[in-house]
Design a binder for this molecule. Structure first.
Ligand code: ZN
Length: 199
């Protein structure tokens, strides 16, 4: 069984101890590479001009590496356990109640302190954004803000309130945010990036 010709660009081969391996021939590939995707699926990429037999025997020697990579992926996934739907719903309802009693007041307090004028505040179960500000200066805040320490909650709200003055992320906008936060915008932004809304 020999190499290149008549072989499809993509095929699935089962290797002992590894399982299904997706073999992909790529014009961009410069060498043989093996990767494990988050689904656990293994992909073997090889350039034209290298026989699939050679690529497959390369993959076969990488079995311990594949096992270790799969273990790493599993551990990473295990670190963010998904709650059962019922519990997840209860938790969201709890946070929503907490958000309703905390966030509108917090916005009012911060707006008064810095002299911002805004419209309505709505609270959503947004998993993609901590907050946003419409062109008519209504604020929308994620109830997941309640999972943040208070100073980061304030940071997000100040950011959105500054959008009532500048509806963009221009240097003028950031200068305003930074002034309100006494020069700590970058530091707080870095800190906020350490948190993510769990899916
Ligand atoms: Zn913004």
């Amino acid at each position: 069984m020999s190499a290149v010709a008549a072989r499809s660009e993509r095929e699935t081969v089962v290797l002992e101890g590894i399982g299904a391996v997706q073999v992909v021939r790529s014009r961009r590939a410069r060498r043989i590479t093996l990767s494990v995707r988050t689904s656990g699926e293994v992909r073997l990429t090889l350039p034209y001009g290298i026989s699939r037999e050679r690529a497959l025997s390369f993959a076969a020697t990488k079995r311990p590496w594949v096992e270790a990579a799969r273990r790493r992926i599993e551990q990473r996934c295990a670190a963010v356990p998904a709650l059962p739907p019922e519990e997840e719903r209860r938790r969201i309802e709890e946070m929503r109640r907490a958000a309703r009693s905390d966030l509108p007041e917090r916005v009012e307090r911060l707006a008064r302190r810095f002299g911002f004028v805004y419209g309505r505040v709505s609270i959503r179960a947004s998993r993609t954004k901590w907050g946003s500000c419409t062109s008519t200066n209504n604020l929308s805040l994620s109830l997941y803000l309640m999972a943040l320490p208070e100073h980061l909650r304030d940071y997000v709200i100040v950011h959105e309130l500054c959008h009532t003055v500048h509806h963009d992320h221009s240097p003028r906008f950031h200068a305003l945010v930074d002034r309100c936060l006494e020069g700590r915008e970058r530091e707080l932004d870095r800190e906020l990036k350490r948190y993510m809304i769990r899916r």
